[in-house]
Ligand binder design. Sequence first.
Ligand code: NAI
Ligand code: COI
Ligand code: MG
Length: 352
Amino acid sequence: MKKHITLLPGDGIGPEIVAAAKKVLDVINERYDYEFTSEEQDIGGIAIDKTGNPLPEETIKACENSDAILLGAVGGPKWANQSVRPEQGLLKIRKHFNLFANLRPVTIFDALESSSPLKKEIVQGSDLMIVRELTGGLYFGQPSERRDNGKSVIDSLTYTRDEIERIVKIGFDTAMLRDKHLTSVDKANVLESSRMWREIVDEIGKEYPEVTVSHVLVDAAAMKLITNPKSFDVIVTENLFGDILSDEASVITGSLGVLPSASLNQDNFGLYEPIHGSAPDIAGLGKANPIGMILSVGMMLKYSFNLESEAAKIEEAVNKVLNDGYVTADLMSDDGQVLSTMEMTDKIISYL
Ligand SMILES: NC(=O)C1=CN([C@@H]2O[C@H](COP(=O)(O)OP(=O)(O)OC[C@H]3O[C@@H](n4cnc5c(N)ncnc54)[C@H](O)[C@@H]3O)[C@@H](O)[C@H]2O)C=CC1
Ligand SMILES: CC(C)CC(=O)C(=O)O
Ligand SMILES: [Mg+2]
């Protein structure tokens, strides 16, 4: 199998973890006789510094000519107060490729049950999937601007029926492949968009009689996620709520650094990235946990290339490394051996 992948390292720890992903891809090439070629392109702050544009045309063209995209992270304090920001590059690439379905699996590795600050009996056996709408809602609302000489400001939240329907269907389809329980998270007690979301979930639910559906308000969902994570199977929710809830859910697994994601369009073209940001506080120190990025490579193999067993091998390798007591600095561990980003990557590769 021949595939070409565009690597978008981005900013902060992005280049360190994408280097880890590249190493894993090279090893998969050698061991499984695939031909995964790759090229690096700029996005985010580094692209602004070079071209003034967080998503240069050259990057878009390279991605269009690829079979999949792997992204590290964008952003950082250097660009935080500029009018052009790195995060705009990320939003634009999501919109450009219509990557509306963001899958964020939250699976706890056995060895990390005591890395979570939550009680072991709460997190043990947690396994849920957040299906987040990724190309609509507040992050893309127009208008979004300061008004009246800075005396007021507006951000807008809009969704079309079609946008809600397609992500809700992905939520149901995902639940059908799992434990057949879908929790739709909204704020229907306040927001009209959430009331329409709820109606659509109920309408589409009629086509999936085997799936049980719960509607939970986002504030209560945030509480339940860390008091009873095992009550969730699949969560489907809009862009902003999914962003916040998925970072919160990472607490269950022991670190924000271990969660991967897939952002897919209707043709299963995908961009794969860990759910965390550019972690400027640890950038360049070799402390970044590469597991979220490496598991994102696994999601690419599964969702874009249908290589399920190779994807499973990556997960198994991560599991074994953790079981043998190797960790990175972000993972709380009483007796684990703390490895750098590249040491952890090499260890995972050695178990592949
Ligand atoms: N997909 C992306 O590119 C995203 C970019 N961002 C951007 O990243 C920048 C920093 O944002 P923050 O709020 O600090 O969130 P962050 O996710 O970058 O970091 C939050 C905390 O988690 C830690 N952390 C994150 N990933 C880690 C890893 N792999 N290993 C070990 N520790 C890790 C960081 O050191 C930090 O203490 C901002 O500019 C933000 O806009 C934020 C989220 C997503
Ligand atoms: C940086 C934002 C555009 C998005 C974000 O935080 C995320 O997708 O997790
Ligand atoms: Mg986020």
